[in-house]
Design a protein around this ligand. Structure first.
Ligand code: SF4
Length: 426
């Protein structure tokens, strides 16, 4: 499918504006005003603005009424059928904390330290609950043919149908993505999830996103089947995607050939070379064990592929007592070696960025923070623009001023880009 085939069409009455095949930005950017990406269609009524993807599924919504919190804020409906409210946070501190200008507010408990309770706002609740009824009131008569067909198509995408679509997405890989890599923020979490493995190596006691599956690798047939089904499910909207997430929690522990073959196949099957969005992105998680074991060939080959690759490694702590407390079966020696290798990979390969995570909590000892500092400050003698360090609050649903204060303190001392990790599902 070629973006040139998508000719923009506009239909307007006093109460209504419908714009079919809008051409949004082609590149993900970090700016302090709302940017719409990809090809989509927009419906504007007196009170609301709704945007739909190329499968006619609702993807963004906002109210134009006074009661809406801020004119630059909006709701996004994810592929997993969650609503996310993007708030500016008054623009103060959000970028410093997250590396993004907008704060995603989620409907489910997570470890975010920022934001209020936007889903308690009447105007937001009204859209979340009634968007389909609002669309249902659109006239069927008096519209030109393509507009009439489009209105009919968006009315058919009911909340029940979208719920089923999300269930189908989870069924394809066998489970829901319970946590997306923090680096997926670079594509506003618009990823195609493809599982090449299940489970993880460590089953750490502290972790709230793990499952019971021991680590295993998917067969080639299984991966091919997922690709085929994902292609069908993403349908016409595939042209808007340029990012692949290889799941599950430790895809880096899969054999090197399987990783590379899958990336190659998926890139081809999902037509990333002709995506409307510029550049291609690859995201995955790795563990200290899989990262240390990963051969140089893997990184050399990934670096040559037409992707910007981000691999996120959970280090959690450089303090043995804290690792033991977290139930993370690792030694500080291994964590230190992994951190050192992260710097080598980041310095060597321009198209690969390895990021890492450390946990934060007000119950953790000073030695945890002091030890983290020896890595993120003392191990290098100047500021490094690459190799994000994410600090991940341990507790869910428990924003703490103290933890936020600790975060800003660590960030100010860190010599790497340092941000908070908000655990988000797909
Ligand atoms: S932190 Fe990573 S390795 Fe540990 S249990 Fe969670 S997913 Fe598994």
């Amino acid at each position: 499918m070629d973006a040139a085939n998508y000719k923009n069409q506009i239909f307007k009455t006093d109460d209504l504006s419908i714009e079919l095949k809008c051409h949004g930005d082609t590149e993900y950017t970090k700016v302090s005003y709302p940017v719409k990406y990809g090809l989509f269609s927009r419906l504007e009524t007196r009170d609301y603005i709704f945007e739909f993807n190329l499968n006619h599924d609702l993807r963004h919504a906002k109210s134009k009424r006074k009661a809406w919190i801020h004119p630059s804020e909006w709701l996004k409906r994810t592929l997993g059928n969650d609503w996310v409210y993007y708030s500016t946070g008054g623009y103060s501190g959000v970028y410093e904390a997250l590396g993004e200008y907008y704060l995603p507010n989620l409907m489910y408990p997570t470890n975010s330290l920022l934001g209020g309770k936007p889903f308690k706002e009447k105007e937001i609740g009204q859209i979340v609950k009634n968007w389909h009824q609002i669309i249902g009131q659109l006239p069927d008569a008096g519209l030109s043919d393509p507009v009439c067909q489009w209105v009919c198509a968006i009315k058919q995408q009911t909340p029940e149908g979208l719920h089923k679509k999300a269930q189908k997405l989870f069924e394809i890989s066998g489970s829901r993505v319970t946590v997306m890599p923090p680096d997926a923020r670079h594509v506003d979490y618009n990823i195609i999830p493809l599982n090449i493995s299940d489970g993880c190596l460590y089953k750490c006691r502290f972790c709230k996103v793990k499952n019971k599956k021991s680590f295993s690798v998917r067969s080639e047939q299984d991966i091919d089947h997922q690709i085929k089904q994902l292609k069908q499910l993403y349908g016409k909207d595939l042209i808007n995607f340029n990012a692949l997430f290889l799941g599950e929690h430790d895809a880096l522990n899969a054999p090197c050939e399987l990783i590379l073959d899958t990336v190659h196949k998926a890139c081809h099957a999902f037509h990333f070379e002709s995506s409307y969005m510029k550049e291609n992105y690859l995201f995955m998680f790795g563990s200290v064990g899989s990262f240390l074991a990963a051969d140089k060939t893997l990184f050399e080959t990934l670096n040559r592929m037409p992707f910007q690759t981000f691999i996120n490694i959970g280090l959690e702590s450089y303090d043995q007592a804290t690792l033991d407390l977290l139930g993370k079966p690792l030694t500080v020696k291994k964590v230190g070696e992994a951190f050192e290798k992260i710097q080598i990979i980041n310095d060597t390969f321009p198209h690969i960025e390895i990021s890492c995570n450390f946990v934060m909590d007000d119950t953790l000892s000073d030695s945890h923070y002091e030890a983290a500092m020896t890595l993120i400050r003392e191990s290098v003698n100047r500021t490094n623009p690459k190799g994000c360090v994410y600090l991940s609050p341990l507790k869910f649903g428990s924003p703490s001023r103290q933890v936020l204060y600790d975060f800003y303190k660590l960030k100010s001392l860190s010599r790497f880009p340092t941000f908070l990790y908000i655990i988000q599902r797909l």
